[in-house]
Write a protein that binds this ligand. Structure first.
Ligand code: FAD
Ligand code: N01
Length: 536
């Protein structure tokens, strides 16, 4: 253990021990580097360590939302549900970490607070929350795209005497909702997952909704072990087919290449019904090829969901409040189990907070306009400062004293989501300009880790000590990423993809749309000796 003020030396510091940080740790250790992986949480797992709220689970099928670097792991691990719960995913991550003895490289319960580049020897000086420092050659951010929780300013919140929680900071010991009056603020994916489960337990649940959400039933179910054994025989080939998919998943249910407008209404509805009832979840957006390209096509899908809400929710006023306007899929589609039906329960009420007032709190509850809601517990399901939030929470200082905050004040610039000019030897896994949140993140993470690790190996074997992106490369890359979504409907709403959920965050579409194209671009770049990167 290092004492305060100790300055240690290592080849690489990795920040974060979720899916990304753990696999990066394995790769660089295998490649002969020394490494210190620093994790703020008191255990490994990242997203799946922090988000323990009731109902938390993945919405990409478990057999896909998992590592593929080891066929032994793929064959050994038995997923029990189509969409695994938070607990099962966390167990899986621990299983992988133990199998490859990764824990010994990870220091827990410590935040990386600062990192300063030293031009003299191209090293990074990394400051930890313990007061210790580490000098390293490479500084790798595996800090997560959805890891900095966002809690809005709420007047009077500090006066509130009940319990307040954020879905992404859920206590390990769990929460007993029995006999409690619970309020949930927020109806994005986290709200949609926890609301039905809390409603089962709480005496009274009040949901505070600013914007209604489109959500599609998950169709979650136990995995048949016989099916799983058969599926595993073709695991490798299945993973290869996924690499051809727009989001890096769903090879089992290929997208429909037809336009929604090319067929009769009857035929269209039958496609939607099948996707809604038999397939479910995110793949609803692949019912037709133009749902994210054409407003009229999208409108047919949005109307289909609005009709479903009308059919499920018995109270017309509530059904209408729950019906979203605007294009479906512009904000990330939610995936649920019994979400809309929950509003038929007598202990659940929905409060529309979309008006001119803001939510306020006092000692005993929430105030909205002239209405008062006494509550024992308030859950903030209010999301994250996505993609750049956790990166910019670290005070990162690059060449000539420039801070990353300053450089990215008008929006992030990154080449491949991996590196940014003026910050040599610094890499981000699934940073801005990477398919990340628009894809199966575990596959994207694995690919990105491999690409970065191969680049470090290349630099080491070629005797280079410094790698950095050129300004031209990062500017062109971000322009390419933006161009890919300009003709889509992604700019037609206030989503967190655009940073629109965070006051004063620049409005820029941050991820890169298209996993398969991204892989091809990365392969091309590495095979041509990394144009866009400078090696010294
Ligand atoms: P994380 O898992 O977020 O890990 C980053 C780690 O870095 C965290 O543990 C954090 O504590 C640590 N860290 C950050 N800053 C610091 C610092 N300064 N010092 C030290 N440590 C630091 N994606 C999908 O593709 N499919 C899904 O079904 C899916 N479901 C999701 C469900 C939920 C509830 C949420 C919130 C996200 C979901 N995601 C999903 C996205 C998910 O975040 C990624 O799939 C993946 O888990 C990210 O892994 P990561 O290692 O990149 O980041
Ligand atoms: O966060 P969100 P999330 N007053 O930003 C509301 C992944 N994920 O944690 O829309 C009132 O989507 C806000 O309202 P509005 C997934 O990628 C996946 O739910 O801004 N309300 C919104 O309703 C997901 O997209 C799963 O008007 C306020 C909500 O809070 C991402 O994480 C599960 C408010 C925030 O929704 C983020 O999801 C969970 C205010 N002042 C998460 N401020 C899976 O299913 C905010 N809101 C796999």
């Amino acid at each position: 253990m290092l004492s305060k003020e100790t300055i240690a030396k290592t080849d690489i510091v990795i920040v974060g021990a979720g899916f990304a940080g753990l696999y990066m740790t394995k790769r660089v250790v295998d490649d002969g580097f020394s490494v210190d992986t620093i994790e703020a949480g008191h255990d490994i797992g990242g997203t799946w360590y922090w988000n323990r709220y009731p109902g938390a689970r993945c919405d990409i099928e478990s057999v896909e939302y998992s590592y593929q670097f080891s066929d032994e792991v793929q064959q050994e691990w038995q997923w029990s549900e189509r969409y695994a719960s938070q607990a099962e995913i966390l167990n899986y991550i621990n299983f992988v970490a133990d199998k490859f003895s990764l824990r010994k490289f990870v220091r827990l319960g410590i935040r990386v607070e600062s990192a300063t580049f030293n031009q003299k020897d191209s090293s990074w000086f990394v400051g930890l929350s313990t007061g210790e420092s580490i000098i390293c050659q490479y500084f790798i951010l595996a800090v997560g795209n959805l890891s900095k929780p966002f809690i809005p300013e709420v007047e009077g919140r500090s006066k509130y005497s009940g319990i307040t929680l954020h879905t992404a900071r859920w206590p390990k010991s769990g929460i007993d909702f029995a006999d409690k009056r619970v309020g949930v603020i927020g109806t994005g994916s986290s709200g949609v997952q926890c609301i039905p489960v809390i409603a089962e337990k709480a005496r009274r649940l009040t949901v505070f909704q600013r914007t209604p959400t489109f959500t599609v039933p998950a169709g979650n179910k136990p995995i048949d072990p016989v099916w799983l054994e058969k599926f595993k025989l073709g695991y490798g080939e299945f993973r290869e087919r996924n690499k051809e998919m727009l989001g890096g998943f769903s090879a089992s249910y290929p997208p429909n290449e037809q336009s929604a407008l090319a067929i009769s209404e009857k035929e269209r509805l039958s496609v939607y019904e099948k996707r809604w009832n038999e397939i479910g979840g995110l793949l609803f957006m692949q019912s037709f090829s133009d749902l994210l390209l054409d407003e009229a096509a999208n409108h047919t899908a949005a109307e289909f969901i609005r009709n479903k809400i009308k059919q499920v929710v018995s109270n017309d006023e509530i059904s209408s409040l729950l019906s979203p306007e605007g294009p479906v899929g512009c904000k990330r589609l939610c995936v649920d189990t019994n979400y809309y039906a929950t509003y038929n329960k007598s202990n659940v009420s929905l409060v529309d907070v979309s008006g001119r007032h803001s939510i306020k709190m006092d000692e005993d509850g929430i105030i909205y306009g002239s209405s008062y809601y006494p509550l024992d517990l308030v859950v903030f399901a209010t999301g994250f400062d996505a993609i750049t939030g956790s990166i910019l929470s670290i005070n990162i200082i690059g060449e000539d004293g420039i801070t990353l905050k300053k450089k990215w004040e008008n929006g992030p610039l990154s080449f491949l989501g991996a590196c940014t000019a003026d910050f040599p030897n610094m890499f981000s896994i699934c940073g801005p300009g990477n398919p990340s949140v628009l894809s199966n993140m575990v596959s994207t993470i694995e690919h990105h880790v491999d690409w970065i690790a191969d680049c470090l190996k290349y630099a080491k074997s070629s005797g280079y000590r410094m790698i950095q992106a050129t300004r031209t490369a990062e500017t062109e890359w971000m322009a390419e990423a933006d161009k890919r979504v300009r003709d889509t409907l992604f700019y037609n709403c206030n989503s967190w993809y655009l940073g629109a959920n965070i006051p004063s965050k620049p409005r820029k579409f941050i991820p890169y749309l298209g996993f398969s194209d991204y892989l091809a671009r990365c392969n091309d770049i590495s095979s041509r000796g990394y144009p866009g990167l400078l090696f010294e």
